[in-house]
Ligand binder design. Structure first.
Ligand SMILES: [Zn+2]
Length: 278
C-alpha cells in the first residue's frame, strides 16, 4: 500500500502527478518540466561556459608548465602529472561538448554535457572518428557550417561578423585535425587515465615494486586499479619539458575547438531567432 505522500505528490510546476522517491520531502518538478527548465537555458549555459569554464584546463596547465621550469625534481613530477590530468579533463570536456551538441533536440545540452563521462571506449571512438571522417561530415553532424557555407547559412550576419566566424572555423578545423592526429596511443592513455578511480592521487616515482619494467629517472606514473581486468595500470609519462609543452599546446587546441564550437552554435541560434521575428 503506497503511503499518503506518494499519492498526493504532484509536480511543482505543472501539477501533474509525480512519483515520489522514498525519503524525498521537497516539492520537485517532474522529469518533463526539469528538462524544459534546462532546455530553456541551454543557450545561456553554453554562452556562460564559453566565457570562463572552457578555458579553465588550459589556464591550470599553462600555470603548471611555467612553474615546472623553476621547481625541484620531485615537484616537477607532481606538476607534470597535473598537466596530464588537465589534458584528460580538457579532452573529456571536448568529447562531452561534441556529444551534447549531437544530442541537441533530443536531450537538454546542459544535461548531456554535465552528465557525460569519458571512458576508454568513447575516447577511442572519438579520436578514431575524428581522424577518419571528412570534416564536412563532422561539422554537419553538429549542425554547423563549413567556412564556405557561412554566407548562405547566415545571411543576416554583417560582413565583419561573417569574416570573424570564418576565421575562427578555419582555425578550428586545423586544430581538429591536429587533435585527431594524436592517434590511438594517446587516446588509450587518456582513456586509461580517465577511467580509473582515484588515479592521479596515487602517483609514483618508481614502479619496479609493482611491475618488472620500472620507471626511468625522468618519468612519473599514475597508479590505478582496473577492477574489470583485475590488473593494476601504471600510466607513465616523462617530465620532459618539450613533450609537456606539446601537451599544453594540444590542451590549447582542444580549448579553441570547444570555444569555436560554442561560438558557431550561438550564431546558428541567433540566426534562427532573427528569422522567427521576420
Ligand atoms: Zn511538471
Amino acid at each position: 500500500m503506497p503511503d499518503q505522500a506518494s499519492l498526493e505528490a504532484t509536480c511543482r510546476d505543472c501539477a501533474r502527478p509525480l512519483s515520489f522517491h522514498a525519503g524525498e520531502t521537497q516539492p520537485a518538478p517532474c522529469a518533463e518540466c526539469f528538462d524544459g527548465f534546462m532546455r530553456a537555458r541551454d543557450i545561456e549555459f553554453l554562452s556562460s561556459y564559453a566565457e570562463l569554464g572552457v578555458t579553465s584546463r588550459r589556464i591550470i596547465a599553462e600555470t603548471c608548465l611555467r612553474a615546472l621550469v623553476t621547481e625541484s625534481p620531485p615537484a616537477r613530477k607532481v606538476l607534470a602529472m597535473s598537466i596530464m590530468e588537465q589534458y584528460v579533463q580538457a579532452a573529456g570536456d571536448l568529447v562531452g561538448l561534441v556529444h551534447a551538441l549531437r544530442q541537441r533536440g533530443r536531450q537538454p545540452i546542459m544535461r548531456a554535457f554535465l552528465g557525460f563521462r569519458l571512458d576508454r571506449a568513447s575516447a577511442l571512438a572519438f579520436f578514431q572518428e575524428l581522424a577518419s571522417t571528412p570534416q564536412v561530415d563532422v561539422m554537419a553532424s553538429l549542425g554547423l557550417p563549413m567556412p564556405d557555407q557561412i554566407a548562405s547559412r547566415f545571411p543576416s550576419l554583417s560582413k565583419g561578423d561573417a569574416r570573424d566566424l570564418k576565421r575562427a572555423i578555419v582555425q578550428m578545423l586545423g586544430d581538429l585535425s591536429r587533435t585527431g592526429e594524436m592517434g590511438e596511443g594517446v587516446a588509450l592513455a587518456l582513456a586509461q587515465a580517465s577511467g580509473e578511480a582515484r588515479s592521479g592521487a596515487a602517483i609514483t616515482k618508481q614502479s619496479a615494486w609493482l611491475d618488472d619494467i620500472g620507471l626511468k629517472p625522468n618519468q612519473v606514473a599514475a597508479i590505478g586499479i582496473d577492477e574489470q581486468r583485475r590488473t593494476i595500470n601504471i600510466t607513465a609519462i616523462s617530465v620532459d619539458e618539450k613533450r609537456l609543452q606539446n601537451i599544453v599546446s594540444v590542451i590549447g587546441a582542444m580549448t579553441n575547438i570547444s570555444s569555436t564550437l560554442i561560438y558557431a552554435t550561438l550564431t546558428v541560434h541567433q540566426e534562427r531567432e532573427r528569422r522567427k521575428k521576420l
